[in-house]
Design a protein around this ligand. Structure first.
Ligand SMILES: Cc1ncc(COP(=O)(O)O)c(C=O)c1O
Length: 292
């Protein structure tokens, strides 16, 4: 149960859910805990995973706890602190030069002879990330927010939260899903392109390394989650991301750039008149991972 609290940020009132306070410093712990537990219970003793950093940290940590070994494939340019963290848990790091997509391609080759502990493909991961919806339901005593703003790359956070709220609906505990506002960096925004029907630059480098995913395999599901919740997709510029990270730090919120995109989007939504009264911003990754 990560904390939820309200602040005034750049003149707007927001609820913040502090998921960067999970044990490895990002929300990925939720999915990794379930996925690795399941693999371990099936007798898996080692595996491979690909990551822009945070999923690798989480899988490495829970593998260490389960006494399993793992190899984490990462883009060569991944933040050094995330690499140090993965190594500290005893995992092997395989650096792949090129884009995040090149890393995905490399791990698929390795997965032919090893168990793929994939946070993207393995459905158990989403059983973990869905708990955010359950926590919000409990923390807000069933009085759900109008909107939830979250960063989206492969969509494990988006699809997980959507899945959690869908289950609460099936149980008759809620009547609708809050609007899910998916945020992408303008430099790499395939979901925005699919949602808005517009052209985007494709895959340019971005400060938001965790969401620099040019071809997410679950794009259709991501689109469905946004549409079924009456949500929207927002893009933020590189200067927006940098400014909102600095502004977050000045509010005592030590988050990484991938996480700061939600605050940039909240301000943009407010300027456009689209920000709802009761909005939760999901803060997904710790700032200590992005400073040297
Ligand atoms: C801090 C942080 N937030 C959000 C995300 C987005 O997660 P996903 O790629 O599953 O959409 C990531 C992914 O690595 C991340 O590291």
């Amino acid at each position: 149960m990560t904390p939820l609290h309200q602040i005034n940020y750049a003149g707007i009132r927001l609820w913040l859910k502090h998921d960067y306070l999970c044990p490895t410093g990002s929300y990925k712990d939720r999915g990794a805990a379930v996925l690795v537990n399941r693999a371990s219970s099936l007798g898996v003793r080692s595996g491979v995973e690909d990551s822009s950093g945070n999923a690798g940290c989480a899988i490495a940590a829970y593998c260490a706890l389960a006494g399993m070994s793992c190899q984490i494939y990462v883009p060569a340019g991944t933040s050094p602190n995330k690499l140090r963290q993965i190594e500290a848990y005893g995992a092997d790091i395989i650096k792949i030069s090129g884009t995040r997509q090149d890393t995905s391609d490399a791990v698929k080759h390795a997965a032919k002879t090893s168990t793929y502990l994939s946070h993207i493909y393995d459905p158990h991961f989403y059983q973990g990330t869905k708990t955010i919806a359950f926590e919000l339901y409990e923390q807000m005593q069933g009085n759900l927010p109008d909107q939830i703003i979250l960063p989206v790359g492969h969509g494990t956070l988006l699809i997980g939260i959507w899945h959690g709220f869908s289950q609460l609906m099936e149980l008759g505990l809620i009547t609708h899903i809050p609007e899910l506002i998916a945020v992408q960096a303008a430099a790499c925004a395939p979901l925005y392109a699919a949602w808005s029907g517009s052209e985007t630059p494709g895959s340019l480098p971005t400060l938001a390394e965790g969401i620099a995913i040019a071809r997410p395999p679950r794009l259709k599901q991501m689109l469905r989650a946004v549409r079924e919740s009456n949500g929207r997709v927002e893009i933020v510029s590189e200067s927006n991301i940098a400014d909102s990270q600095s502004e977050a730090w000045r509010h005592g919120l030590f988050i990484e750039p991938t996480s700061a995109v939600v605050l940039a989007a909240a301000v943009n939504l407010s300027l456009q008149g689209f920000l709802a009264e009761r909005t939760v911003c999901l803060l997904s990754g710790h700032g200590l991972k992005s400073v040297c």
